[in-house]
Design a protein around this ligand. Structure first.
Ligand SMILES: NC(=O)c1ccc[n+]([C@@H]2O[C@H](COP(=O)([O-])OP(=O)(O)OC[C@H]3O[C@@H](n4cnc5c(N)ncnc54)[C@H](O)[C@@H]3O)[C@@H](O)[C@H]2O)c1
Length: 281
């Protein structure tokens, strides 16, 4: 399929970054959020990322200008008419299915619906739609404008044409797509779960405090320590992913969500996006 227009729904941490990548790759990009404040914040985030690129000499001012020209914010679902829709809203199946169904009503019969879910079943999201064959996973990593990997997830009913379009689209966005089966947490989030969970166990047992754990793991070669990374991802999002894997694996103790992170979520200390998480920002 010849993709010209991409609609990104949800302008939070991930949606803003995905929209930036799409616009930078030359696609006409529509960015939507149910919250006008979040939409404004998402656009500001794109500008800031681009400015940083220019200041570091990694991006020309012309490229920044053309990226912004390709990006348009929209304030209604009805305006999200596109060849490919990528959703990056709250990590809940009913919300994602409801959004896709609303988008189906305003889009044509060829539009492909991609979910950026980190852990939910793509097949379950698609099951609530009249055309599950046009639904697949397109899982970007945070920060989306910098991370190369994109997991392209084939749901039970995903058609080859939809899968192939998204696989090639990720390449056209300058990313490295990998094909994965629809399985809880796919590859990266399933394996990485223990990076976060074990670090919280170590801190809770008083073996070392979180800043020491972060410094040690960074010194050992990890790009970011687990606590700093949970703050970057968002404690609400990271906690939702762990809970989803825990349930999907029949409450296997190895995926039991961390009490330390539950406490952060209850306090609204979600990480960078709220100015406070495990650390202050
Ligand atoms: N944060 C990460 O590191 C990360 C990485 C990969 C994938 N994901 C996945 O991406 C998705 C979004 O995560 P995020 O971190 O960007 O979340 P976020 O909380 O930063 O942003 C979500 C945005 O969606 C908006 N929203 C919620 N419901 C909506 C609806 N029905 N219609 C339109 N907008 C709506 C909210 O206003 C908010 O701005 C989740 O599925 C998450 O699991 C997150």
């Amino acid at each position: 399929m010849d993709v010209k227009t991409i609609a990104v729904c949800g302008a939070g941490t991930m949606g803003a970054g995905i929209a930036q990548v799409a616009a930078a790759a030359g696609f006409r990009t529509l960015l939507f959020d149910a919250s006008p404040a979040a939409l404004e914040k998402g656009l500001a985030m794109v500008r800031k990322n681009l400015e940083q690129g220019v200041n570091k000499g990694k991006l020309s001012p012309e490229k920044m200008a053309s990226t912004l020209l390709h990006l348009q914010t929209v304030s209604t679902v009805e305006a999200c008419v596109a060849d490919v829709v990528i959703e990056a809203i709250v990590e809940q199946v009913p919300a994602k299915t409801a959004l896709f169904n609303g988008l189906s009503r305003v889009n044509g019969p060829d539009t492909i619906f991609a979910t950026n879910t980190s852990s939910l079943s793509v097949s379950a999201i698609a099951a609530g739609m009249p055309h599950p064959e046009r639904v697949a996973g397109m899982h970007f990593f945070n920060p989306a404008h910098l991370m190369q990997l994109v997991e392209i997830v084939r749901g039970r009913q995903t058609a080859d044409a939809a899968f192939n379009t998204l696989f090639h689209l990720a390449k056209a966005m300058g990313k490295t797509p990998v094909s994965v089966k629809d399985s809880p947490g796919f590859i990266v989030n399933r394996v990485a779960r223990h990076y976060y969970l074990e670090a919280m166990q170590v801190a809770a047992a008083g073996v070392a405090d979180m800043a020491v754990i972060d410094r040690l793991l960074e010194a050992a070669g990890f790009r970011m320590g687990p606590f700093a990374l949970m703050d970057l991802i968002g404690n609400d999002v990271n906690y939702a992913v762990t809970t989803s894997l825990y349930e999907a694996f029949n409450r296997a103790p190895r995926f039991q969500p961390g009490a330390m992170q539950a406490d952060k979520v209850a306090r609204g200390e979600l990480g960078r996006k709220t100015g406070k998480g495990f650390y202050n920002y």
